[in-house]
Design a protein around this ligand. Structure first.
Ligand code: ADP
Ligand code: MG
Length: 306
């Protein structure tokens, strides 16, 4: 139904990104608590058209792996996109836990992301362009959902601006150094970003973390072997191979979603019984427990002395 931007009440800041910030808000008439992505507008009508198109994609989506979009407000200077509120994203979670995620949880993230990206391509002919841990959300019920189509676009769009979009750190080699014969990029650029994301979740650190600048990252992506899962850890052969497939440097050799959906890693975790919600709640309790004694160091010291 009709509602006004004045009906929205600020609760707290959820985070900042390159093209705006996300705020937890209350819709006063209904009492509903939601997440609102607030972005500045340059006022250019092309840009507004693109934003509305992106929102339409999300509004029309009924994929359980895509964050639910509730509508938007467009003012003179800003665009607000209203979404269902999730509990956290995988970037915040990694920083909170300060340790790698177990493979079975990563398996569920892989399934959700591949399904969401395949759905966007098949149903809306959209590529995401900004796949990374902060754009994969989760809640205590165990839902894992992809968000942020702020820079996604239709494949038919001119690719003029395509290189400026997305986060350098997760960018596929062909986006850094396009083939002059075939400069367009396709869904496989998102497949690369998914591979980087999964390695980050499995190791707890961003694979190019030693690089000081974006330029250094891009040079490494082009000039070195792709990241892979550390050999001394107990990952399944399916998981290892899935990462190798996603992080194939030559995009022509890199699989698209039809192939990925049939990969043993995805097949395995589609049917595996993994309670992501339960794991998340317990993991949070664990970090809270580890921190708790540190708040009373004096008392603890005294006890030890006794
Ligand atoms: P980025 O994705 O680059 O970190 P964003 O502005 O897109 O920047 O998002 C900022 C933060 O807001 C994210 O890291 C995420 O944790 C949080 N966030 C985004 N959307 C939601 C949502 N629907 N529910 C809960 N948190 C969200
Ligand atoms: Mg985001």
């Amino acid at each position: 139904y009709k509602t006004d931007i004045k009906d929205m009440e600020h609760i707290e800041e959820l985070g900042n990104g390159t093209c705006g910030h996300v705020v937890k808000m209350r819709h006063k008439p209904s009492g509903k608590i939601i997440a609102v992505k607030q972005m500045r507008r340059s006022g250019n009508s092309d840009e507004t058209k693109r934003i509305i198109m992106d929102i339409e994609v999300v509004l029309k989506s009924d994929c359980k792996y895509i964050v639910n979009c509730l509508g938007c407000f467009i003012t003179e200077s800003e665009v607000w996109i209203c979404m269902e509120l999730m509990d956290t994203c995988f970037d915040k979670l990694l920083k909170r836990l300060k340790q790698p995620l177990p493979e079975n949880v990563i398996g569920k993230v892989g399934v959700a992301t591949v399904e969401a990206l395949a759905y966007l391509k098949d149903m809306h002919n959209v590529i995401h362009r900004d796949v990374k841990p902060s754009n994969i959300l989760l809640d205590t019920k165990g839902n894992v959902k992809l968000c942020d189509f702020g820079i996604s676009g239709r494949l038919v769009d001119s690719m003029a601006n395509s290189r400026s979009a997305g986060c350098a750190a997760y960018m596929a080699p062909e986006r850094i150094e396009p083939d002059p014969q075939n400069p367009d990029y396709d869904v496989r650029a998102d497949v690369w970003s998914l591979g980087i994301t999964l390695v980050e979740l499995a190791t707890g650190v961003f694979p190019y973390q030693d690089c000081k600048t974006d330029f250094e990252v891009l040079t490494k992506v082009i000039g070195t072997d792709p990241p892979s899962l550390p050999l001394d850890k107990n990952f399944s052969p399916e998981f290892r191979d899935f990462v190798v497939c996603c992080l194939t440097k030559d995009k022509k050799q890199r699989p698209k979603y039809t192939k990925l959906k049939n990969h043993a890693f995805i097949k395995r975790y589609q049917v595996a019984d993994v309670n992501v919600g339960d794991w998340y709640v317990k993991a949070l309790h664990r970090v809270n427990d580890i921190r708790a004694p540190a708040r009373h160091p004096v008392r603890q010291f005294f006890t030890i002395q006794q």
